[in-house]
Design a binder for this molecule. Sequence first.
Ligand code: PAF
Length: 280
Amino acid sequence: MQLIHDIAGLRQALAADPRRAFVPTMGNLHEGHLTLIRQARAALDAQGSGGLVVASIFVNRLQFAPHEDFDRYPRTLARDCELLQAAGCDVVFAPDERELYPEPQGYKVQPPTELADILEGEFRPGFFTGVCTVVAKLFNIVRPSIALFGKKDYQQLMVLRRMVAQMALPIQIIGGETTRSAEGLALSSRNGYLSELERAEALRLSRTLKAMLARWAAGEQDLSLLEAEAMAHLRAHGWQPDYVCLRRQHDLGPAQAGQPVVALAAAKLGATRLIDNIEG
Ligand code: PAF
């Protein structure tokens, strides 16, 4: 496996093979990321022999608000590289910030408000512009034929799928299922911020989503009631929820009977903001 920090070096290394499956990350990798790496290999193998699995590790300042955790986001490059190598990654691109943003990034990719200003976008204004801008830039550098993102960031996956479709980028997007601990906690780099007690409490988030889905499936169609009850349940256990809601899988509009739904939540537990979602 090669570890490359500069764009020129990366382009040279990638010239060997035009078939590339790409997993963009911010590092501090866990089993969810490694599953995507293995899926990347499998997706290439399904199309014939060869192909390169490429991962990027870059903590993207553009997608963090000033009060968020950009500075303390864990940077664990050496360990990440060991894990990536064991998972079958061929090339790791870990650019310095000055390499990716040599000057202030004035040109940005602005996703449409109806998708990017709801849910995460409502509570993290500018987040999806930061994500789309860096992912578009990484796509231009890596030029993958396949790119993989986790469904844990459900809205991010949808925003990026639409970007690729609307911009006619020749990239197949694959969404990887959320990897969970044995007890059901969605794996996330931010879980590392949790104390032992908080980690046990964190299981409540997915359980609350499951309970909301079960009531919906049993015929309760009052969305406001379901969402208010779920928020109140979390608050009663010390959480500060941003949103807990049921949406259509297709476009994240309000859930409707007879259509596939997804329950999504974002909530702070102590100082840590967690997100999760479960498809119904
Ligand atoms: O999901 C992430 O880790 C990031 O948002 C991404 C896609 C790597 C862009 O910085």
